[in-house]
Design a binder for this molecule. Structure first.
Ligand code: TXA
Ligand code: MG
Length: 379
């Protein structure tokens, strides 16, 4: 089996590793695949203008070919090459949020092959702020198509360690770096509709977007009202999802993942755990229920059950608790890595608190969107 070239580059010392980034850029220009860090999650990149390179991405990820790729650019001249009908509103968003965790969808130019856009007439474009990503695109000299670097359906990769474990035999090169700062993928916004609509929530929120393009307070209120109306009419029409990726199963660890309110979880853990001199054992009745849930009669011991919670609530769960942090930012940053860590530890059953009850923030809502998609008890 082929094995990727693997190198480590620290983001704030990227100049010292220019040769590594140049090698990666050459690989991409010549049709190969490179995993690289971005501020959101690690990406699996290839030349966006080469249909065969795009196909290599789909193959490496095992991704359905109707799910389009995000094209990463390093300067605005690249945007002009690949996208058309760039509105004034789009220019405002670009000025405010690029480089950064915002992906904008435009009508594509002919130079972008349909292999990259999953057959769509539109193209998703993002300018990442991570210095290694920027320099890599510059060195490649071509726009870089890059989905998240995980195997399709698995949690996104936010630490170099999991890029190597999962992908080393599937790509030509991996650039290892620090853990991803944001930890969930970019906000995806459709710029081809009258009102810019968030198709995938992320760090930059829908209200930030409308605020940025609004002329004044009144215009902002009108745009928010229009959005409400639109969302309402769409859900009642059961419209097709505009972002093809949204219909697929996502972010799933190997363990069963169950989402619940904190109150329910605290009483549930009290019920199923029996304190002993050595720690805890699980009630027999509970074991039977879980085995039904997991399908097979599997050895369930307390070490194979975990509860995802916050720092201040760890006390409620004794040894079962694993904290994702204390606020939305931290939960977002730690989520995907923790799901993968628990898989590696052989955990079979992960309960996760519904964090939306803890903090009112649009970012936490975006993080909960990922958790709901990953959960086995949410439709
Ligand atoms: O943060 C990110 O966006 C990461 C990093 C690597 O940049 N990339 C990423 O790519 O998350 P991916 O392929 O895992 O997710 C792309 C999402 C999918 O939901 C896809 O359906 C949607 O963007 N998308 C891409 N092109 C689109 C288009 N032309 N129209 C509608 N949705 C599109
Ligand atoms: Mg993805």
């Amino acid at each position: 089996m082929k094995q990727a070239i693997i190198n480590t580059v620290k983001e704030n010392e990227w100049q010292k590793s220019l040769d590594i980034i140049q090698t990666a850029g050459n690989i991409i220009r010549n049709g190969g695949t490179v995993i690289f860090p971005t501020e959101t999650v690690y990406g699996l990149g290839a030349n966006a203008l080469d249909p065969r390179a795009a196909q290599r991405i789909y193959k490496a990820k095992g991704r359905p070919t109707d799910n389009p790729l995000i094209v990463h650019i390093s300067d605005e001249a690249m945007l002009e090459d690949i996208a058309s009908d760039i509105s004034d509103e789009a220019r405002l968003l670009i000025k405010a949020y690029w480089p950064g965790p915002l992906t904008l969808i435009f009508y594509k130019k002919d130079i972008v092959p349909s292999a990259t856009t999953g057959g769509l007439e539109t193209v998703a474009v993002r300018m990442p702020s991570n210095k290694i990503a920027q320099k890599l695109i510059e060195e490649a000299g071509v726009p870089v198509a890059a989905p998240s670097a995980n195997i399709s359906g698995r949690p996104s990769i936010t630490s170099g360690k999991y890029a190597v474990e999962e992908m080393a035999s599937r790509v030509d090169m991996i650039i290892l770096s620090e853990n991803s700062q944001i930890g969930i993928e970019s906000t995806v916004v459709d710029m081809t509709t009258h009102l810019p609509i968030v198709l995938r929530p992320g760090k930059i929120s829908q209200s930030q977007i409308l605020r940025t393009i609004a002329k004044d307070e009144r215009d902002y209120a009108a745009k928010m009202a229009e959005l409400e109306e639109l969302i309402h009419s769409r859900s009642s029409n059961q419209a097709m999802p505009r972002s093809p990726g949204m219909k697929y199963r996502h972010y799933s660890p190997n363990a069963e993942l169950i989402l619940m309110s904190r109150d329910k979880l605290i009483s549930l853990t009290k019920d199923f755990l029996q304190e002993t001199a050595k720690g805890y054992i699980i009630e027999e009745k509970q074991k039977k229920e879980w085995q039904k849930l997991l399908g097979e009669p599997i050895d369930i011991s307390p070490s194979r059950v975990k509860v995802l919670t916050t720092d201040d609530a760890l006390v409620h769960y004794k040894g079962l608790g694993v904290s994702l942090g204390q606020n939305g930012e931290e939960i977002g940053k730690n989520l995907f890595k923790t799901l993968r860590d628990l898989d590696e530890q052989g955990v079979l059953l992960i309960f996760c608190e519904d964090f939306e009850e803890l903090e009112q923030s649009e970012f936490l809502t975006a993080v909960m969107n990922r958790i709901r998609k990953a959960a086995d008890n949410v439709e």
